[in-house]
Design a protein around this ligand. Sequence first.
Ligand SMILES: [Mn+2]
Length: 361
Amino acid sequence: MEMTLRWYGSKFDTVTLKQIRQIPGVTGVITTLYDTKPGEVWSRENIRRLKEEVEAAGLHISGIESVNVHDAIKTGATDRDLYIENYIETLKNLGEENLHLVCYNFMPVFDWTRTELARVRADGSTVLAYTQKAVDSIDPEKMFASIAGDMNGTVMPGWEPDRMEHVKELFAMYKNIDEEKLFENLIYFLGKIMPVCDEYDINMAIHPDDPAWSVFGLPRIIINKENILRLMKSVDNPHNGVAFCTGSYGTNLKNDLPDMIRSLKGRIHFAHVRNLKFHSPTDFEEAAHLSSDGTFDMYEIMKALYDIEFDGPIRPDHGRMIWDEKAMPGYGLYDRALGATYLNGLWEAIEKSEKRKMRCS
Ligand SMILES: [Mn+2]
């Protein structure tokens, strides 16, 4: 396991590499070329420049999150092969630069959905939150405008204004796409990119849909154990793997997170570990990482990762906004640093007690 932090690049992030370097136990960043659009080829030069910047700060790139998948690929449009060619080119360039982990998602239109970006908690911190009631009462085309005001002047991943301008067209593209069709399109995409992943040893890690159910009538497939295992089996190549995000699968309380982790042994290439606090099964907010602040048992989650011998990058996920920090909602420095430290503490305790048990038996 390697502890990492997500970083959006010096042009976009309020958090600096120097600050990340000073979080105990964090050795890598998960980053991206944040100003590229889905479908664009990432040049080797731009990848190398990003790498050099991170390395100059005493860190390294542990993985890419994300190389976004163009909607033509998700919908199986007639021009999808062109975009798949571009994706393959990007993977090749990443491989040439010795980068071997790529996170992506296959969610239609909206990457992830929250109804509030700054819900105030009892301690005065603010967090991202979701209520089904609010989603059901909003016109999806107004969704962007309703949350854009809360972004603290940042651009939220998946909610880029120039993409959201076309939200009506995006919805039209998915008109005839049901869950089965979306799944087929995903298999088609993975089938095409696996050869280049094999050649360069690139682990693809699919991020689950968030929340893990259909919103605005759009199909969603990466939502539970059954579907993710089906995907692993359909393209049975270890390079077809998973970004296990507890906060996304965990939105559905029926998902047993430690059990899911154990069932995915060998296929989890990347982990996002965070906690949620539920007020009802369809009303939740993002809590501090600590078990007692939310609904999940973080010890059991880390123990399951330890038990399957997970050895990829892990990162704290969205944090609360605390200590008057102004940052991209979910992506401030302070609470994610606390999260990283806490997860490292759990891991050290698990590792030492398991090793002691081994010595005694
Ligand atoms: Mn996540």
